[in-house]
Design a protein around this ligand. Structure first.
Ligand code: AMP
Ligand code: ZN
Length: 460
């Protein structure tokens, strides 16, 4: 059996994965807070852990891996979004607006992550289905002296856990200076963090020994991991932005309950855009759906992600997108006729087993392509979650992506200006060149039809 090695953030070393139970390798990954469309950074995280999930399934067998990715459906950002909608005149109670928003966002998340070729996890627990278990764990922490109630809140007593900070390697002074700790009069210590907080009458809330309220964010992962994977499990994943305080707090809660919790911690680095942090204020913030709507195939997005090791910050650039599309086009054509009868190439498996070295795996596949070993190429593509549904339309026909982008842009402008003449002009010119235009809410698809004439594309 291939030995999988992963960088464990806890020890800061690349270590062999030694499953607690090879019959059931268990992984927990922090999932989305469902108040808005997933952005490209969320997409990167989902793809990184999907590759790990696929590798685990390949090595241990698909029935011997359990992957849990939670859904955070109770959160101040969700409440704020629902309040904003209500203030803007949306119909329904706040509760109904919250339910509608979270359900819609979960649906979007599933659609968008499926477009990126990610498999559904084995369990996707929603935090609100585990409130009773959260209350029970908080009661347990209070009983053991690791938590205390104050003014409707329950706080974790950080001073009661001597190993606090081990994951992020920070001292308590660093953490306070990092200013992510909130000072509040009811706290014994500014480092103490919220396990439970009171809810106003108009916010979602549940009855508890401390009054009507809602859980803090960290406790949900400690509880859902325990419920679905047991007190100790193999891998805990998430973005590096969650290492402190979220993961540090998960560890403190679970360990103080006597749980072994995660044996290995794997963190993906952040996604950037053209060398800059992706943020709403810089205007370089985009969602997975934005790109899909522009006609970028999900598999191309996935392939761009694979080009950078998960432990390095990664830059999304237009150039990488173009290169990825050209490479996949070539490989898909090469692999399309190959039979599905071989194992993925060992060089690719070994690259992944070596701390998920996806750029190395891609380099191995370039060699397979050069050697024209199309069966191995095909099997390796599949291992990486590509070409699962055969060869997609965009990869077989001529490259019409720039025309699709042009039409998408014209349509967006037209929606704003209500002037559709440019959209109509492009559609007519494409039709004249023998291109079938399929426009839906989710994007623009162009297909070369029977009378396709590339020379006539110039008119577009
Ligand atoms: P959130 O919904 O923000 O809690 O994030 C869901 C997942 O996406 C978590 O694992 C985050 O660490 C990860 N994530 C958030 N932003 C980025 C980013 N810019 N790059 C990579 N991963 C991210
Ligand atoms: Zn978490």
């Amino acid at each position: 059996m291939v030995e999988i090695r992963l960088r464990n953030s806890m020890t800061r070393k690349v270590e062999p994965l030694v499953p607690l139970d090879p019959e059931n390798v268990r992984m927990y990954v922090c999932g989305p807070t469902v108040y808005d469309r997933a952005h490209m950074g969320n997409g990167r995280a989902a793809v990184v852990f999907d590759v790990l999930y696929r590798l685990l399934r390949h090595v241990y067998g698909p029935d011997h891996v359990t992957y849990v990715r939670n859904i955070t459906d109770v959160d101040d950002k969700i409440n704020a979004e629902a309040q904003r909608r209500k203030a803007a005149g949306a119909e329904g109670t706040l509760e109904e607006l919250i339910a509608a928003r979270t359900d819609e966002t979960i649906r979007w998340y599933h659609e968008d992550m499926a477009a990126l070729g990610t498999l559904a996890p084995d369990h996707e627990p929603r935090a609100t289905d585990y409130i009773a278990q959260m209350i029970a764990m908080i009661e347990g922490l209070v009983a053991k002296g690791h938590a205390y109630a104050a003014e409707g809140h329950v706080l974790f007593r950080v001073g009661s856990y001597s190993e606090y900070g081990a994951l992020s390697g920070r001292t308590v002074d660093d953490m306070i200076a990092g200013a992510r700790v909130e000072v509040a009069p009811y706290k014994e210590d500014p480092m103490d963090f919220v396990l439970w907080k009171p809810s106003d009458d108009d916010l979602p809330g549940w009855d508890s020994p401390w009054g009507r309220g809602r859980p803090g964010w960290h406790i949900e992962c400690s509880v859902m991991a325990d419920e679905l994977l047991g007190a100790e499990f193999d891998i805990h994943g998430g973005g590096i932005d969650l290492q402190f305080p979220h993961h540090e707090n998960e560890i403190a809660q679970s360990r103080c309950m006597g749980h072994g919790f995660a044996k290995m911690w794997v963190h993906n680095e952040m996604l950037q855009v053209e060398g800059k942090k992706m943020s709403k204020s810089l205007g370089n913030f985009f969602t997975v759906r934005d790109l899909l709507d522009q006609g970028v195939p999900g598999e191309v997005i996935r392939f761009v992600f694979l080009g950078t090791h998960y432990g390095k910050p990664m830059d999304w650039t237009e150039r990488k997108r173009e290169e990825a599309e050209a490479t996949l086009r070539k490989w898909y054509r090469q692999a399309s006729e190959a039979l599905d009868n071989v194992e993925p190439y060992l060089g690719v498996v070994k690259a992944l087993a070596g701390d998920l070295n996806t750029p190395q795996a891609v380099a191995e596949m370039h060699q397979l392509s050069q050697a024209d070993d199309s069966p191995s190429l095909r099997a390796s593509l599949k291992l990486l979650g590509l070409m699962e549904n055969g060869v997609p339309g965009w990869a077989v026909g001529p490259d019409l992506s720039s025309y699709a982008a042009l039409l998408s842009e014209a349509r967006e402008n037209a929606m704003a200006s209500k002037d559709f003449s440019e959209v109509d002009r492009i559609k007519t010119a494409l039709a004249a060149a023998g291109v079938e235009v399929r426009m839906s809410k989710t994007g623009v698809e162009l297909l070369a039809a029977a009378g396709f004439d590339p020379d006539k594309l110039e008119a577009v």
